[in-house]
Design a protein around this ligand. Sequence first.
Ligand code: NAD
Ligand code: TDX
Length: 351
Amino acid sequence: MRILVTGGAGFIGSALVRRLVEHTAHEVLVFDKLTYAGVLSSLESVAASNRYSFVQADICDADAVSKALQEFRPDVVAHLAAESHVDRSIDGPGDFIQTNMVGTFVMLNQTLGYWRALNEDAKAAFRFHHISTDEVFGSLGEDGFFTETTPYDPRSPYSASKAGSDHLVRAWGHTYGLPVLVTNCSNNYGPYHFPEKLIPLIIIRALNGEPLPVYGDGSNVRDWLFVDDHARALQAVFETGTPGETYNVGGNAERKNIEVVTAICSILDRLRPKDEGQYADQITYVTDRPGHDHRYAIDASKIRSDLDWTPAVTFEQGIEQTVAWYLENQSWWQDILDARYSTQRLGVANG
Ligand code: NAD
Ligand code: TDX
């Protein structure tokens, strides 16, 4: 198949592209603006493949989207391009509305025009796959799980913009018959994760001897999904999922933030012991994120029963691999620290 991947230079997009190029016969076009979060070196291992190509462009640019569709002629659009960081959405929501909502509208509208001109077989086989988040469902208490039918209740500018984009995608499916798929997944982690996110930020700051900021009391819970497991789920959904359906994807690995941070510290104590003391000595509780959602947890039974997908990597295996990857790939993250973002606090709303 020919797969157009928006946001393919990002964390999850690049994991999907590496998987598709290295483990399948599919052809891939990455369509990416290369914002602060787009990292071309994450695609180095596939750059020489003749089944990989790249175009630098904005999903809000209808002409650029149309040109990419007409020239590449995809069977699948895997739409991952987004502004993805909750803390940045608190500081500057405008880019989130623009890229996540307006950009998704442009992708849908241009894709619809392209799709309508396909022959009947190609039309029936085509998929527009929108990659979204469990944050659209809001915040859970101590019990319960998000299912595909949980009502939407987004609470941050980021999750509200993703909820809006999910609604647009389903509307294009219902109204125009575009064969759409939506996946809502939990917190991903793994190699090539941008240093603004909790896990890479903690690893890098620990190695640099800096305070490890835990928001609030550290009791917030996330359901951690290893990024390669997610990439495998995405492939299963666009290859075999039923158009019009939504699939929740989760890691079945709920952890409190403080448990994640202490797990990283103890792995580092073993793999890169400090001269004096332990990494956990650097843990510092800081002012909470405004509107901080308490708990996310996914019920992934639908994708398990319908598409035979389950996560293969446990949290203990995944976090060990991830810490080891950051130890072995300092040049990847040091370039980002030097040029783009150096792990400072974001998202403290100051009125
Ligand atoms: P990321 O921030 O690492 O990457 C986003 C990519 O999109 C970057 O390469 C960036 O350059 C590109 N991009 C941004 N704006 C663009 C625009 N206007 N036009 C073209 N390209 C643009 O994000 P990620 O963590 O890889 O997330 C990918 C998708 O998965 C997003 O839609 C996100 O909402 C969703 N998601 C992420 C997680 C997670 O834990 N990371 C969880 C659930 C859902
Ligand atoms: O320094 C920190 N300290 C801290 O305690 C940071 C950066 C985060 N946190 C907390 C906030 C969250 O409870 O850790 C948890 C994880 O934070 P993030 O890595 O910012 O992820 P989150 O806000 O949960 O959102 C992520 O998962 C869902 C992705 O960024 C989203 O794109 C995805 O939709």
